[in-house]
Every structure is written in C-alpha cells, then in structure tokens.
Design a protein around this ligand. Structure first.
Ligand SMILES: [Zn+2]
Length: 262
C-alpha cells in the first residue's frame, strides 16, 4: 500500500489503521475490509449474512468512516446494500458505533466492529436510529438480490469474500473485549427495561456467548473442573458470598438510581 508517503506515519491513527489494513489484508469467509486507495480514513467492507437467519446467503457492502482521532473515537458504519435491517446510506446505530461514543474502547478495532455488525443483524431494530424491521421474507428476498449487488468502487461484492471456508477464529483478546460487552449488559438490568437501545446488546450478548462458548469450551474445561471441585467443597461459603454480593449490588444500584434520578 502506498500510504507511507501520503500520511504522517507518526500519527497514532495512521499507524493503527495501517496495522489494521495489514491484519485484514486477506478476505475471510465472513468479512473483508480494506481502505480506499486514495483515503486511509475511508474503508469499504463486505460481510456475509449470519447463517440460520433471514440474511443467510446475503452479502452486504458498506463504508467505514474513521475519525482523525481513531482509535480514541469510534468508526462510523454506513451500509450500502439493501438488507432490511439497517437503513442504507445512513450512519447506523450499534452500541459500538458513532452514536454511542461512550461505549467505544480504543482496544476495539474495525474487525471487532464488523463482528458486532454481523452479530447485530438478526436482532430486533426496536426503533433505534437507522434500524428497519422488515419481515423475514422481505429480508430473504433482499439477501438473494444482494448476490448480484455491485459497488461502484469495488465491483461485484459477492466476489470479495473468501469462498474456501477461510475464517479467522476469535482471539483470546477479542473474546475478552466482546465478553466485556456482555458484562456491561448484565450489570445494568434496570436500564435494559427502560431504554430500548439496550435490547440489541442483550441479544448481541447471546450470539457472542454462543460463539465464544464454542471456542473457549475446550480451553476452559480444565479451569472449570478445578473451579467446580472448589465450589463443591466450599458451596456454603459461596452461597453466603453470593448473597452478600447481591445485597451490596442491590444497595449500590438503588443509591445510583437515586443519584441519577434526582
Ligand atoms: Zn466498495
């Protein structure tokens, strides 16, 4: 890539984006993303619709706009291919995209954003910004049509993804990052009932948990076994610990609610 002469390679954003471009250089079965030839701060991406969903068989293309402050500030995602879940040509609302900058972490990446986008597709729109609630039939029709969709810059998008089963497993670090989203949703059950935007996070949590469980089951088996035997020997202590922890959490939650409501 010929970005070296054009950009200040000492800038953290440039350094980071060049590294991510290198890491995402090879298309996988699920996603592909690369910067435009003339602009390191605009990328085009292609994702495959998640299996066992109305998006199965679909391929979806879009733009990622990166702020000069990246990775301190989140990227914006804009879908271009009609899909029935997200409005096209509009910055879409994920809990990790530009509409929720407070939830973005600099350790997240374009890959994390794409994995999240795929995981979010089958979740209900719930009137959040840029969300569409098309019927499964309409989404399936759009998924079929997407096979022949073309980008003015990139060409036929179905050809951009790998077809030989190449897929990059979620790393331990990404597992940890995606796991922290899960934790966040679990910590705030009160806000989940009041704010409709939290609901996709709950579903997202389930999807990611499924993925992560498959991957980490083998790794964690030993640790869990050890944990289990400990748990058995001290189940009484654990019961009291949980009870006390729950009471303390409830008190903290009540105090926080009062503070924020007043
Ligand atoms: Zn394109």
């Amino acid at each position: 890539m010929a970005f070296e002469g054009k950009y200040n390679t000492k800038s953290p954003a440039v350094k980071r984006l060049m590294r991510e471009a290198q890491e995402l250089h090879e298309a996988t079965e699920e996603y592909y993303a690369s910067p435009l030839e003339e602009n390191l701060f605009e990328w085009h991406f292609t994702v495959r619709g998640p299996p066992s969903s109305p998006f199965e068989g679909g391929v979806y293309h879009g733009r990622i706009l990166l702020p000069p402050e990246y990775p301190m500030k989140p990227p914006n995602i804009i879908l271009l291919t009609p899909n029935g879940r997200f409005e096209i040509n509009k910055k879409i609302c994920l809990s990790i995209s530009g509409h929720h900058p407070e939830t973005w972490q600099p350790s997240w990446s374009i890959r994390t954003a794409l994995l999240a986008l795929i995981a979010f597709m089958p979740t209900p729109g719930n009137d959040t910004i840029g969300a569409l609630d098309y019927t499964p039939e309409e989404r399936q029709t759009l998924a079929k049509k997407s096979q022949s969709w073309q980008c003015e810059t990139c060409g036929k998008i179905v050809d951009l993804l790998s077809k030989d089963g190449k897929s990059q497993p979620i790393t331990a670090e990404e597992g940890h990052i995606l796991g922290s989203i899960t934790l966040k949703a679990e910590e705030s059950p009160a806000s989940a009932t009041t704010a409709p935007t939290s609901l996709p996070t709950a579903n997202f949590k389930q999807i990611l948990r499924q993925r992560l469980m498959e991957r980490h089951r083998a790794n964690n088996n030993f640790a869990q076994r050890t944990q289990n035997s400990d748990t058995l020997s001290s189940s009484n202590n654990l019961f009291w610990t949980i009870l006390i922890a729950s009471l303390v959490s409830a008190i903290i939650l009540l105090v926080l609610r009062r503070l924020f409501l007043v």
